[in-house]
Design a protein. Structure first.
Length: 633
């Protein structure tokens, strides 16, 4: 085995800079609360949330530049803490409202909810200690959104001409999202038609951020996500439609088949793919644990570079053990059943490692914005429910226990995904891992106190669609929470669609065998399971702009003949700007919606949106190609 090539960070290990200073903690906590509030509404309203990493980094750069302070590692801590609020809000809204849907609660109890959220965030952050080194240093996952976040911090620190692609991209992405928000074009262009006993669908989101994600992940991953979408929507939906009574519009039927059948195929693919991922990386994970134990045994940090000092593994395990015992106490307070509470605590601990491992890996592939945390949750929900059923626990007790475990896994996995992304950003810019892990825990505790009030406020104001709480057309869809409650009910009533899960297993097996063959042939193109599973699980419209962005990346690579589609070029910086611009304007619109302010225009042209999006992609291509002259100098 050859000697590992020494990698350098933007801030060298021997240089120390303030990171956990009060000013960075305060701004990080403020942004964590802001992103938690905004994403709670967005998630309940549309099922989508916004990553806080890049917007928070840009806000930190702007705030401290105005204060005449330049500290890239401090800005890195700010975006780390901010991510905790966004991640916990996403995990909470995907699961906790299910407890209201199944009539366990009328309103989420403040202290109980706060305790669950804080514990989940701590478990998610602490468990990343095990997977940081295997995924970032050994597996060398691309972390596309993390790469973009690091570019934002570095370019912001350097200033000068190199900020031009970032600022231009931010302006373009922001304007594009603004014009969509006021109704100049729709967020999604799609159509479906019935043909005989079948139906056919095609659609695409008009999103500069998704296209930018495709550019950053590169052609291989983008193609696989797109193939997953084709498999689910273009091939399987028409086949399944021939065995389904077609009532209503073709578009409604396509989404009905997707939500009731195709999604479970994606879950099955993800389940087997996730287990295979952990098995395949067992050596790297074991080495990570071994190195962590070795570091923990040292009486000092002597010999360990600052950029490799993470939360000692013994401290992480102690934290996990303590908080899991506290969690058992919270479960007992909710269920009043000691044996069940201990069982749920053990299940949460075991499944948290599974969820965190998969979430970290997927974030490394597609970024935290596109992390299918609900798919990870469904996978673990199935495991927990089946275990409870096998042990003879059913009815309300079984449903409650399953949803509590699922909620913890969902929030912990969401935090772990964002934590891994911020740790990658820190790895690139030269942050100190243990300080980022502490920052994420601080952000989790701060955000935990506002989750219950926000969720109760929104649910009491609008209600949840399809339940007695619904308040007319303004009712919140809460798609993930509704799916969790229905899935749990199906498991305990024996109506789960196992056929779709087994189809997903079969797809995963084919992909694993193909990937192993390609690996032996040393092919540049590979077929890891997870990107295809994501494509099957998500709406097809999301995979189209990701594919187009990956295609632009490939064209740029052909033009400038760079080493790989993951190499950083000016196009990557411009793509990072697109993500930042759309994200920030998305947050502004969310705040306007929550405030009851509407500025929607009656005009809506999908064709206009497509044309403008293609022009934006042409700009990314031009910026990427302009890197040719720089690379030759």
């Amino acid at each position: 085995m050859g000697e590992e090539k020494k990698e350098t960070s933007y801030v060298p290990p021997e240089k120390a800079m303030p990171e956990l200073s009060l000013r960075y903690l305060i701004l990080g906590i403020i942004l964590a609360l802001l992103f938690a509030a905004t994403n709670a509404y967005l998630g309940l309203y549309s099922g989508m949330t916004i990553s806080a990493s890049i917007p928070a980094a840009i806000i930190a750069i702007a705030v401290f530049r105005a204060m005449r302070t330049r500290n890239i590692l401090g800005n890195n801590i700010v975006q780390t803490i901010a991510c905790a609020g966004e991640a916990l809000a996403a995990g909470a809204i995907f699961t906790l409202p299910a407890l209201i849907i199944i009539n366990i609660y009328m309103n989420l109890p403040f202290w109980t909810t706060t305790a669950l959220v804080a514990i989940a965030g701590t478990l998610g952050a602490a468990l990343t200690t095990i997977i940081r080194k295997p995924y970032i240093k050994e597996e060398k996952l691309p972390f596309p959104e993390g790469k973009a976040g690091a570019e934002v911090l570095i370019v912001g620190d350097k200033g000068g001409a190199s900020t031009k692609p970032l600022l231009t991209g931010g302006i373009i992405g922001g304007i594009f999202k603004f014009l969509e928000g006021i109704g100049l074009w729709p967020g999604t262009v799609e159509a479906a038609t019935k043909l005989g006993s079948s139906l056919f669908y095609f659609g695409s989101d008009l999103s500069t951020a998704l296209a930018a994600i495709g550019y950053i992940v590169g052609i291989n991953v983008a193609v696989l996500i797109f193939l997953g979408g084709i498999l689910g929507w273009i091939i399987l939906i028409p086949i399944l439609a021939t065995h389904t009574a077609l009532t209503g519009s073709a578009l409604d039927m396509a989404y009905s088949i997707w939500s009731s059948q195709i999604r479970y195929i994606g879950v099955g693919t993800m389940l087997l793919g996730g287990l295979w991922t952990i098995f395949r990386l067992r050596g790297a994970i074991a080495r990570g644990i071994k190195s962590g134990i070795s570091a923990a045994r040292k009486r000092s940090s002597e010999g360990i570079e600052r950029t490799e000092r993470e939360l000692p593994l013994n401290v992480a395990f102690i934290l996990v053990a303590i908080f899991d015992m506290v969690l058992m106490g919270v479960f007992y307070y909710i269920t009043r059943a000691l044996g069940l509470s201990i069982l749920l605590g053990i299940l949460t601990l075991i499944l948290s490692f599974l969820g965190v491992s998969i979430a970290g890996y997927l974030t490394g592939l597609v970024g935290s914005s596109n992390l299918p945390v609900s798919g990870i949750t469904i996978m673990n929900l199935l495991i927990a429910a089946l275990i409870l059923r096998l042990l003879g626990i059913g009815g309300v007790e079984g449903s409650l226990g399953t949803l509590l475990v699922a909620a913890m896994i969902c929030m912990g996995s969401a935090v772990a995904g964002d934590m891994m992304q911020t740790l990658f950003i820190g790895y690139v810019v030269g942050g100190t891992p243990w300080k980022q892990q502490v920052g994420m825990i601080v952000g989790s505790f701060a955000s935990a106190f506002i989750i219950a009030p926000i969720l109760n406020l929104l649910i009491n104001a609008y209600g949840i669609a399809g339940t007695p709480t619904a308040k007319g057309s303004m009712a919140l869809a809460a798609p993930q929470a509704t799916l969790m409650s229905k899935l749990t009910e199906a498991i305990f009533t024996g109506t789960l669609n196992w056929t779709m899960l087994f189809i997903g297993f079969a797809i995963a097996i084919v992909l694993i065998i193909t990937d192993e063959i390609l690996a032996r042939k040393k092919s540049k193109f590979r077929t890891p399971v997870m990107p295809v599973a994501i494509g099957i699980y998500l709406p097809f419209s999301l995979s189209v702009p990701i594919f187009v962005g990956g295609l632009v990346n490939w064209l740029v690579g052909k033009k400038i003949k760079r080493a790989s589609d993951e190499s950083t070029d000016a196009g990557t910086i411009g793509a990072a700007g697109l993500i930042a611009g759309e994200s920030i304007i998305g947050i502004v619109f969310a705040a306007l919606i929550v405030s009851g302010i509407s500025i929607t225009s009656p005009v809506s042209s999908g064709i206009l949106g497509i044309i403008v999006l293609l022009l934006v992609l042409a700009w990314v291509y031009r910026v990427g190609v302009k890197n040719t002259s720089n690379s030759k100098n």
